[in-house]
Design a protein around this ligand. Structure first.
Ligand SMILES: [Zn+2]
Length: 470
């Protein structure tokens, strides 16, 4: 198996060196966790009908650039997790689910960001998740488990990415401070400030960046979904990307400047899949696409920039489809298809299913009265999901906090997700990941490499080629 991978890597690198005529100076990797072509198509269709805007991923990057599909199985399973997928894309080696760029043989091959830094490039890590989460971690450092948050942040202090931005301040602070979780007593925010980093934690501070070394932490853990986002507290994904590009590009005119690699992840597209939340997914696909537009604008000003749009695995088996409205006989009056009317319905939803779940569970903890809980559920639905009708079987499951099925792990979100599907056609197959191949779309110098169908490990080989490392 290992020999086979090495041979495949050699073969791909031979092809890569033949094709990559000019290497890009800058590489922007825009990473929508949990997405592939079915999500992008939903983004394109909804963006066109509701926003009256082109969707840059499909309409610009895929239409004018290149795209490919890649296989995602991990070293031990058909269905990968984020850690194993990102490790393969970063190091070129398949690892077990849960591992952060550490192979089953306990080897730690160099990560993409480490190699980029070694070749003189600036590097940036950005995520709406805690910045020590599986994907940014596997692209830059090593850990036996994705849960080793403290170890991961400690390694950031050694690697020193020029830009670190996202959620997850808890593992930057000692547990002696409110909100801090570090056992070793270190204050990593202060340690980075001592090394010349500008530290920011509010959206408006993003407007006043005066350093090329930037630490931005906007939440203890995850940043909110776009649909739930409070603009005063949490910056948009595109504003974070814009600011990261500004910081990374600050010294671009200086001699010897070798450009940068930015890894920017929207994690909320994955969480929306886990929760079977079509409305939250739609808003975060649009938010992600706004950042793709920022990257394309940057590319216009800096043509020696490669823009890559990709993800790690599909989440939720997202499958809008047609069917009957209910169990009455089929026929024209009982036929449901997905179109503008259904899009408008989910566009009217005001909160994510995660937020719904948290509010409902909180109320369920406070009251013992079924009638009171039932009334609260109705208010919650009327206020936040206008027009949504909850069938009796699903209402019963929510009220009794029952299971929907063995692979529904996000409750009661998945139950309300099914109610929405019955009414709008936005169905889901699972609350987990699926092995659907992942789209890599690329535009700019070096984009010719992203063609055909190969392993996610080939992504690492191609990127290494593009940054001038073997
Ligand atoms: Zn993922």
């Amino acid at each position: 198996m290992k020999k086979l991978i090495l041979f495949a890597m050699f073969f791909i690198s031979v092809i890569a060196s033949a094709i990559a005529d000019t290497n890009p100076k800058n590489i922007i990797i825009l990473f929508a966790d949990g997405t592939t072509i079915s999500q992008y198509e939903f983004g394109r269709y909804s963006s066109s009908l509701l926003r009256h805007q082109p969707f840059a991923i499909t309409d610009a990057v895929m239409a004018r650039g290149q795209y490919q599909q890649m296989k995602t199985e991990s070293a031990n399973y058909f269905v990968t997790d984020s850690a194993a997928a990102a490790s393969a894309m970063s190091t070129g080696y398949k690892v077990d689910n849960g591992a952060i760029s550490v192979t089953p043989e306990n080897q730690s091959p160099p990560t993409l960001m480490k190699l980029a830094k070694d070749s003189g490039k600036k590097i940036g890590l950005l995520s709406t998740a805690p910045i020590y989460d599986a994907s940014p971690a596997a692209f830059s450092v090593h850990a036996k488990s994705r849960q080793d948050s403290e170890v991961i942040v400690s390694q950031y202090l050694e690697l020193l990415p020029d830009v670190i931005m996202g959620g997850g301040s808890n593992y930057f602070l000692p547990n002696s401070i409110a909100g801090g979780k570090r056992q070793d007593g270190k204050n990593v925010i202060e340690a980075l400030q001592a090394k010349g980093y500008q530290y920011i934690n509010t959206p408006e501070q993003l407007q006043n960046i005066n350093s090329s070394k930037l630490l931005g932490l906007f939440a203890d853990e995850d940043l909110d979904y776009e649909i739930d986002r409070n603009q005063q507290e949490t910056p948009s994904f595109s504003l974070m990307v814009k600011t990261a590009l500004k910081a990374l590009n600050k010294d671009s005119q200086k001699n010897q400047n070798k450009g940068f690699v930015l890894f920017a992840e929207n994690e909320n597209t994955d969480s929306a899949g886990h929760n079977n939340d079509a409305a939250a997914l739609m808003r975060d696909l649009w938010a992600f696409d706004d950042a793709v537009k920022v990257a394309l604008e940057f590319q216009k000003q800096n043509p020696d920039t490669l823009v890559i749009v990709t993800g790690d695995h599909e989440t939720g088996g997202f499958s809008p489809t047609y069917g009957r409205k209910n169990l009455s006989p089929s026929g024209k009056a009982n036929y449901l298809n997905v179109g503008l009317e259904q899009l408008k319905q989910i566009e009217g939803y005001k909160i994510s299913l995660k937020e719904f779940s948290e509010k409902f569970r909180e109320k369920a903890r406070q009251t013992k009265s079924n009638a009171e809980l039932n009334a609260y559920l109705d208010t919650l639905l009327q206020d936040n999901f206008p027009g949504l009708v909850l069938d009796d079987d699903l209402r019963e499951k929510i009220l009794t906090q029952g299971q929907l099925g063995p692979n529904s792990n996000y409750l009661p979100a998945n139950i309300l997700g099914l109610a929405i599907a019955r009414q709008t056609g936005f169905y889901w197959a699972s609350s987990g990941h699926t092995p659907a191949p992942i789209t890599v779309a690329a535009i700019g110098p070096g984009s010719q490499l992203f063609k055909g169908f190969d392993e996610n490990t080939a992504f690492a080989v191609k990127l290494r080629q593009l940054i001038g490392q073997k």
